[in-house]
Structure formats: C-alpha cells, structure tokens
Design a protein around this ligand. Sequence first.
Ligand code: 5AD
Ligand code: FES
Length: 352
Amino acid sequence: MNETLRGLIETLAERRRLLLEEYERLIRERTPDAAELLASLAVKERKRIYGDAVYTRGLLEISNICKNDCLYCGIRKSNTHCERYRLTPEQIVSCAAEGYALGFRTFVLQGGEDAYFTDGVLCGVVTEIKSRFPDCAVTLSMGERSRESYQRLFDAGADRYLLRHETADMAHYQKLHPPEMSFENRMRCLYDLREIGYQVGCGFMVGSPYQTEKELAQDLKFIETFRPDMCGIGPFIPHKNTPFRDFPAGTLELTCYLLSIIRLIYPSVLLPATTALGTIHPLGRERGIQAGANVVMPNLSPVSVRKQYELYDGKICTGEESAQCRGCLQRRMDAVGYRIVTDRGDIRKDTG
Ligand code: 5AD
Ligand code: FES
C-alpha cells in the first residue's frame, strides 16, 4: 500500500476519525494489504473490549406486510409475488419462549411497516415478553413510527431499536426510496429514539445502487458523529421482483473493509456479521467477525414462514429450526476461535 494510505490508517487508529475526503480516499485506494492492516487493528480493538465473546440475538421476523415501497426490498408493497404473513402475538411470544429455552436473552422483533402492529398490539407483545422473561432485552426493528409511538413502546419495556439509516446522503436516499419516504423523517426517527433512551442501531447496505465511495464516506462520518450503539451493515443483494433486480450485489471484501473501519472509529460499537454477508459468501459471517464484527443473529422465526421474509434473493437460514440455526452459528464461531455468549450483550464501556 502507498504511504498515504498507511498514514490514513494510522491516523484513524490513533484519533478515531478522519476527514470526509480522507474516508473517501481510504475506500477508493484500498488494497489487500490495507484491508489486512485494518482488520488486524480492528480485531485488536474488539479483543481489548469484548475478548473472544461474540454476542447473539434471536431474530424474530414477525410480519412481511409492509406499506413501504423501498426499491431494493423484496417485501416492498409493489411485490405482488410475495406471499404475505404475520405472526399473532401468541406465536411471537411462543417463539421467544423457545428462544429463551435455547439460552437467548435478547430478542429482535423485526417486521415490515404493518398497520396491524399498532402501539396497542406491539406494546402488549413487549409487555408480555418482558414480564415472562425479565432478564431479556427486547429490541424492535419495525420501521418509522411517530415519536409518541416510540415513547409508548419504550414505556412498555422495549430496550433497543434498530432502524438502518440506509445511506447518509440525502440525494442517494431518494434514489433508493419512493417519493413518500424522506431522509429527514428517517433521521428524525433516529434522533427521537436516542432522546427517548433507547439503545439505537443504524446501518446501511454496502454496494447499494448508485452508491460510490463518496456516499460510503458520508456513512462513516455519520457513524462517527451519531455514535450508534449498534451498526448493521451488509451487502446489497438484488431481489428478482424489485426495480433493482439487475444491479450487482455488494461484495464481501468491501463489507469487511468497512466493518474494520467502523470498529476503529468506535471500538465498543456492536457490529453484527449479518445474514446478508453469510448469503453472498459461505464463510461471510466468519470473515465479518475476523474483520471486527462481534454480533450474530440466528433466526428464530417459525420455519413455516421463513422463506417468505425474503428481503433479497438466496437468503440463508430459511430451512433450519431455531436450534439448528443456533447450533450452526455456534460451530461456525468455534471454528474461527470465538465463543458465543447468550447474555443480554449490552454495549460495553471503552475504559482504555
Ligand atoms: N439486500 C440487502 N439488504 C437489504 N435490506 C433490505 N433489502 C435488502 C437487499 N435487497 C436491508 C435494509 C433493511 C434491512 C432490514 O434489510 O438495509 O433496513
Ligand atoms: Fe442459520 Fe447456519 S446460521 S442455518
């Protein structure tokens, strides 16, 4: 790698920030040896804070009904080929109970923006899970809602909220979403969630249509300033029934490169090695962990609906029972020298 690149990596590791143009250059001029250096520094930081622990969260995909029409997403409302489902509150709680028996102490309830899940219904589910399993953290990932709604869900016991910002560039955001959706509202949601007291996760897709190094640099700047508790990044993967069907998928290589950079920007951040990463490469999640990620999210949804929560083509983990999915990830993490932990997995303080 050239001296400038090495210098940028050293500055990043020391100061935990770069200028926008510097991030852009770090991405554009990347080389395999730069990736290796970044990964080794990122793993060192993660080990300093989390040791060899990899946190798990049980993922429950509670509905694929969505009023939105994001151009990249397989469950967008215009996809008439998508077979729709929603779990009942009883089914959701029973999946959580199954997960609890498997040792999970944190659940992520994720779904499309489905009008059925009013504050009343969703608060009921959260309250029930929290009262039956008080030692668990409940994370919601149910899209954009009003501040009042986020407040009610928080008061019902929700601890965390995941809402990917998708891209930190407003013009790019508009290219990925229909005109009814706005970047301002997305950001409003994230800042509301933070102010209410949630642990907040944001994130973006790597290699989404029209994304260049410039947009990625903005994503990194956003993470540097917003400092989310969690940041979910995974490759964009085209879905055959969306307008983006012919765009190429993002790469393992660039996703891992960005995971390492994010770890260095914010050493204690929770970084999942996502299902999308495991989908584009058979060892994608392992590589993600080796680049600096520290969270995996096995699927606990009922097998009967798994295939229907198809955000992108070829999604993995759609045929396996919860216990199999967990076992599979456990073996995978063991194989690369990490240890799965099932506690709440709260973000740790960086005391170094
Ligand atoms: N490829 C990769 N990730 C996707 N998501 C939605 N559609 C795709 C796709 N085609 C991601 C979005 C969303 C999260 C739940 O899944 O970033 O926020
Ligand atoms: Fe789900 Fe391997 S992690 S089947």
